[in-house]
Design a protein around this ligand. Structure first.
Ligand SMILES: [Mg+2]
Length: 267
């Protein structure tokens, strides 16, 4: 079993923060019983997470565990503490074999993962065509989501296409075929490899197999091959805005749009 050397330090740092908080609570005469109760609960949750996660080698599992603990904190009206806690927990997740080694881990970001071919553009072997409303879509989405382009295409091919287009500026990161899980019949885009919370990550792809590892995070967009009357990207803008600002798990919100025209959601 792998031993995380920094674990006890991080644990004692968290402990120090809560000890300080406890002293402050005791020193304030008007401190309510509820505040004291919240302190004890949050402290218990954090300590339990730290001791529990130190025994887990699987980085995917540790990220899911973090999501669970975060949910518990929110349910306990302890959201005020969650940022401090998350910041303390992130270093524990940044071990060499961690999932997010393609790009830096970010557990705060709302992330939109976008496929390239026949989702955003169409390449006929000669010319690259942009889906209608592409730049409007990317410009607006990049203000409220972190955008990651994730194509199953080869990196050399993708760069050749991207270098022709201005859409490149809106993306924070680019992932290519070597970042997919290669199965017999398809390239799987495993969102757990991004080092993001699945509760804040959406993938849009015209090939549903690509997100079959996390179907509840996906929107299957109609395949686009040059039809200039297509307006699906425009349709998506208000939907993605509503999801982003709902403060709910994106997987729960996505279910509300299951029968939306032009979009196909997995069963
Ligand atoms: Mg595609």
């Amino acid at each position: 079993m792998q031993v995380y050397q920094d674990h006890s330090d991080a644990s004692s740092n968290v402990d120090e923060i809560y000890q300080a908080k406890r002293r402050a609570l005791i020193a304030t005469p008007q401190t309510s019983v509820l505040s004291r109760f919240n302190y004890i609960n949050s402290h218990t949750i954090v300590c339990f997470y730290l001791s529990f996660s130190s025994h887990i080698d699987d980085s995917h599992l540790r990220i899911h565990l973090l999501e669970y603990f975060r949910l518990k904190l929110h349910q306990s009206n302890l959201a005020v503490y969650s940022k401090i806690i998350i910041n303390k927990i992130i270093p524990l997740l940044q071990t060499p074999n961690i999932v997010g080694n393609h790009i830096p881990i970010n557990l705060e970001a709302y992330t939109l993962v976008l496929d390239m071919d026949e989702t955003l553009i169409y390449y006929d072997g000669d010319k690259v065509y942009q889906r209608p409303f592409l730049l409007t879509f990317l410009k607006q989405m990049s203000r409220i989501y972190e955008l990651i382009l994730f194509t199953a295409g080869l990196e050399s091919y993708a760069h050749r296409i991207l270098n022709k287009l201005t859409m490149k500026q809106y993306f924070s990161y680019f992932l290519f075929r070597q970042h997919t899980n290669i199965y017999k019949d398809f390239y799987g885009k495993d969102l757990r490899k991004l080092g993001r919370l699945l509760s804040k990550t959406i993938i849009i792809d015209n090939t549903p197999e690509c997100f079959s590892l996390q179907p509840e995070n996906g929107i299957q967009i109609q395949t686009w091959k040059g039809d200039l009357s297509d307006a699906v990207l425009l349709t998506l803008i208000p939907i993605l805005k509503a999801i982003r600002f709902s403060n709910k798990d994106v997987r729960v919100k996505l279910r509300e749009y299951k029968n939306y025209p032009g979009l196909i959601f997995p069963k």
